[in-house]
Design a protein around this ligand. Structure first.
Ligand code: FE2
Length: 339
């Protein structure tokens, strides 16, 4: 049996997951996390890192208790070294270096974006999907080829999650931004019924959201009622999600993949899932979206990806475990991917 502990601290969430591999299967034994919620405004990296440092001991203890094992039983310590916010990444990396050195365990370097995709594939049972990865920090379309994930298209400016959160915050829709698969922008969309023309910017398989954000904020400023704000939310959501579906559809037809996988924090959004499922079904492809328990940032996805790396002998010395704030998905060689 192999046990891997995974540490996630790239952004607003500090999480620890533990996975177990025995002869026949892999199980997630624990997935505990604590999320930093800013009192006002967007994420403040230093405040988030203080939150992570404060919460780390309790989250670690609780994950080990849940898994019913002692840290001495763990075979490897996996940690997300990037991409992410420097101060936040440093908390996870410091804890990982300490645990690996003190308990003499191998340290496993995990790319956070790879982890979102791998946990999605694991839960969906997919082997060769077209990946649509949407979160607060990333928006991209990828496939696996020659032992790496290859990015076919991505946002040229802000990510989808950032668009939704910034709009909600600027127009005064309260946090938390996502409840039961509904973003505040979805809730607000239910108040509206009229569609307003907003900038729709798709360039091949790339997209751009900043013009859409600016125009939506201008319309929201002029809104004089809940219904009028609802019209802006509805139009913003439909425009942004249709852009995602268009680039995904173009990539699907180009690659001829038979599986469509939605991953990342925004994968829990019901409206987006429905649109992508309809598109995939239309082209005879299977669709799956990562379930909400593992779609947001979490330690289980780091532990699971750490396990795959560990089984392929990929570990590093603790003193070489540097954080990489801009560590791109397509820079990572992954021996288990096909040629
Ligand atoms: Fe993430």
């Amino acid at each position: 049996m192999t046990f891997i502990l995974g540490i996630e601290s790239t952004s607003h969430t500090f999480g620890i997951g533990i996975v177990e591999k025995n002869d026949s299967n892999i199980r997630i034994l624990a997935n505990v996390y604590s999320k930093y919620v800013p009192a006002k405004g967007g994420i403040h990296p230093r405040e988030a890192s203080l939150h992570h440092a404060r919460e780390a001991p309790q989250v670690l203890k609780s994950a080990l208790n849940k898994a019913g094992i002692h840290i001495r039983d763990i075979d490897g310590i996996a940690v997300a070294l990037g991409p992410g916010l420097g101060p936040c990444l440093r908390i996870g990396a410091t804890l990982a270096r300490f645990l690996a050195s003190y308990y003499s365990k191998p340290l496993i370097p995990v790319n956070h974006a790879v982890a979102h995709i791998e946990i999605g594939k694991f839960v969906a049972g997919f082997t060769d999907p077209l990946v649509i990865y949407v979160s607060g920090g990333n928006t991209l379309i990828a496939i696996q080829r020659k032992k790496r994930y290859r990015v076919l298209g991505e946002t040229l400016d802000i990510p989808l999650g950032n668009l939704l959160d910034t709009f909600a915050r600027e127009v005064g829709l309260a946090p938390p931004y996502v409840v039961n698969g509904k973003h505040q922008v979805d809730i607000c969309s239910d108040w509206g019924s009229n569609f307003i023309d907003l900038p729709y910017t798709v360039k091949g398989i790339d997209l751009s959201f900043s013009g859409l954000l600016t125009a939506s904020l201008k319309h929201a400023e002029k809104a004089r009622s809940k219904k009028e704000l609802g019209d802006v939310c509805l139009s913003l959501r439909e425009t942004a999600f249709d852009m995602i579906v268009e680039v995904a559809e173009r990539a699907l037809l180009l690659t001829g993949k038979k599986e469509v996988l939605l991953v990342g924090g925004v994968a829990s959004n019901t409206a987006l899932r429905q649109k992508l499922e309809a598109m995939a079904t239309l082209h005879g492809a299977k669709y799956k979206g990562t379930s909400p328990d593992v779609s947001g940032d979490n330690g289980a996805m780091i532990a699971y990806t750490g396990l795959l790396l560990f089984l392929h002998g990929i570990t590093i010395e603790p003193e070489k475990a540097f954080i990489k704030q801009r560590w791109r998905l397509d820079e990572v060689d992954l021996p288990w991917l096909p040629n």
